[in-house]
Unconditional design. Structure first.
Length: 553
């Protein structure tokens, strides 16, 4: 690997874990990929003791997951690693699709003005994992490298694990187990749990290529290009002058043969030209899979990321949806561990995220069927769309080289309080929050950086920012509840209010996006989803909505 020096994380002998075995820990995570590490970081931010096992002692090999969508970046911001990821990664918003050499479709992910993060960042997975490991260690997570889980038993009130290390085996118990051990998930198999869906009969070659090129930082996708006729090719720019190139090979391709340099390099030369110097850094083969577990909770075991669901890579829905899994799960698990919510709240993790997984699977399956049609009718339709798209706008909307990851609107979640008042716009109960620029004490900031640390009440004040004494007292009482609701006052001009954060919405983005007027109140979940909203503040309704959002009703 020419551009990256792989770290070796320190192995710690498990003498402390063997003493008095089996010990009982409140939370154990298995798997130190991006999703497992995100869960560990989030657990520490919530004050939870966390023990994480991984059988390896380094980050993943190769670029693997490379595209991180705006919502995932917002989650990473909350975890404290958004800045290093965005600073190192390649921002992009434009995607272009070609039929042979002619462009037939273009999209632009640039959101409306007034968002902190771009539509997408490209960065090799090993950089992301290294940043997450550093953050987890900084926060005091107990990361145990070269600790391989070889056995698992799900009991009514705990999960027992058998762990293999260079210094011997031991058993340990967890009140709750977060399973993030990847698509092949040994724990899922050990528990006899099924994962259902489709495996598509096609193979793609991944090649990471180090080269200096003047291609723009865009997503380029070709159908039937002259350098790889009859198949498709995808090109992405990453950091460190590394370019990710995916070649469709067909189901009959020999994986071992196709990954040999003598077969990969001619493909790259045909695409890039014989005169362009490049270095082949990493090669792999993958197949499309669109599958999920029926239930993401199995007793005291909670499945996240690829262990719970798998989608084709076109659309960047894998790691992005995994981050949203942990974003949904960890605040619920924290409340259960703290005795502030019943176990039933964890059933809503599975309900919400299987809904999101089905949405991702639907979009991923449609993309895969378009890219790799298997029936004569599908192929005829695909080819007709591509031919028509060269000259007709209506057909360009049907071109599907991978609809990119967007967050799910959890509108059917049982945790939402339905609207009783009229609102316009997208910020319905269950919606992921829209970002917006704000000023705090005269300094520039962003709305989403001010939320996501617990339940919060976003109250819109008048142009003067005045809040009467009765309302101030009510807000402070809500903040002192057993399940505290922290107030957040939004005004056009800002100001100061004792004990209450005040955000200045000088450009009016928040008011427009949330269809707000003076008196409008939004109850916000810890994962930055809308839980409820009203045109007038009523403490009893707020408390009822919090109870509903935590299964305490």
């Amino acid at each position: 690997m020419g551009t990256y020096q792989y770290p070796k994380f320190p192995y710690k002998p498990p003498a402390d874990l063997m003493a008095g075995a089996p010990q009982r820990r409140p939370l154990i995570i298995v798997g130190a990929g991006p999703v497992g590490l995100a869960a560990a970081v989030d657990a520490r931010l919530k004050g939870l003791e966390v023990l994480l096992f991984d059988e390896d002692d380094s980050v993943s090999v190769g670029s693997r997951a490379v595209c991180y969508a705006k919502r995932a970046l917002e989650v990473l911001d909350r975890l404290g690693v958004g800045d290093p990821i965005c600073d190192r990664g390649v921002s992009w918003n434009v995607g272009r699709t070609f039929l042979r050499e002619k462009e037939v479709y273009r999209f632009d992910l640039v959101p409306d003005a007034g968002h902190k993060r771009p539509g997408m960042i490209n960065l090799q997975q090993y950089h992301l994992e290294e940043a997450l490991v550093a953050r987890a260690v900084e926060l005091g997570a107990d990361l145990r490298w070269r600790h391989k889980v070889t056995g698992v038993v799900n009991a009514p009130d705990h999960v027992r694990l058998t762990v293999e290390t260079p210094d011997g085996n031991f058993d340990i118990e967890a009140d709750w187990l977060v399973v993030a051990d990847g698509a092949r998930s040994p724990i899922r198999r050990a528990l006899g749990l099924d994962i259902e869906g489709r495996v598509f009969k096609d193979r793609f070659l991944i090649a990471d290529v180090v080269m200096k090129a003047d291609f723009p930082a865009e997503r380029w996708f070709w159908f039937d290009p002259p350098f790889h006729p009859g198949q498709s090719v995808l090109l992405h720019k990453q950091s460190d002058n590394v370019w990710r190139i995916d070649f469709q090979l067909g189901w009959d391709a020999d994986p071992e043969k196709e990954t040999q340099p003598e077969n990969v390099i001619p493909r790259l030369k045909a695409m890039l030209g014989d005169e362009r110097p490049f270095e082949l850094e990493w090669v792999s083969i993958y197949t499309f899979q669109c599958r999920r577990m029926k239930d993401f909770r199995a007793g005291r075991a909670l499945f996240v990321g690829d262990a719970a669901h798998q989608v084709s890579p076109f659309g960047a829905r894998g790691a992005n949806s995994g981050f949203q899994d942990t974003d949904d799960l960890m605040w619920k698990l924290a409340l259960v561990l703290q005795g502030k919510a019943p176990e039933a709240l964890l059933d809503t993790y599975s309900e919400d995220r299987t809904f999101a997984a089905d949405e991702n699977l639907m979009n991923s399956t449609r993309s895969t069927d378009f890219i790799t049609p298997k029936s004569r009718v599908s192929k005829t339709f695909r080819n007709a769309v591509l031919d028509l798209a060269q000259d007709h706008a209506f057909a360009r909307r049907l071109v599907n080289s991978g609809r990119l990851s967007v967050p799910s609107f959890l509108t059917s979640s049982h945790l939402n309080t339905p609207d009783a008042d009229d609102f316009d716009g997208d910020m319905v109960p269950g919606a992921p929050m829209d970002d917006a620029p704000v000023q705090i004490n005269g300094a520039a900031g962003w709305l989403l950086d001010q939320v996501g640390k617990g339940f919060q009440l976003m109250l819109f004040a008048s142009a003067t920012g005045a809040v009467d004494a009765q309302t101030q007292a009510l807000l402070k009482r809500l903040a002192g509840d057993t399940l505290p609701v922290t107030p957040l006052l939004v005004t056009p001009a800002g100001g100061q209010l004792d004990g209450i954060a005040v955000l200045a919405d000088r450009e009016g983005h928040i008011a427009r996006r949330y269809d707000a007027r003076p008196g409008t109140a939004y109850l916000l979940r810890p994962d930055q989803h809308v839980a409820a909203r009203w045109r007038a503040l009523d403490a009893s309704k707020v408390r009822a909505a919090v109870a509903r959002a935590t299964c305490n009703a």
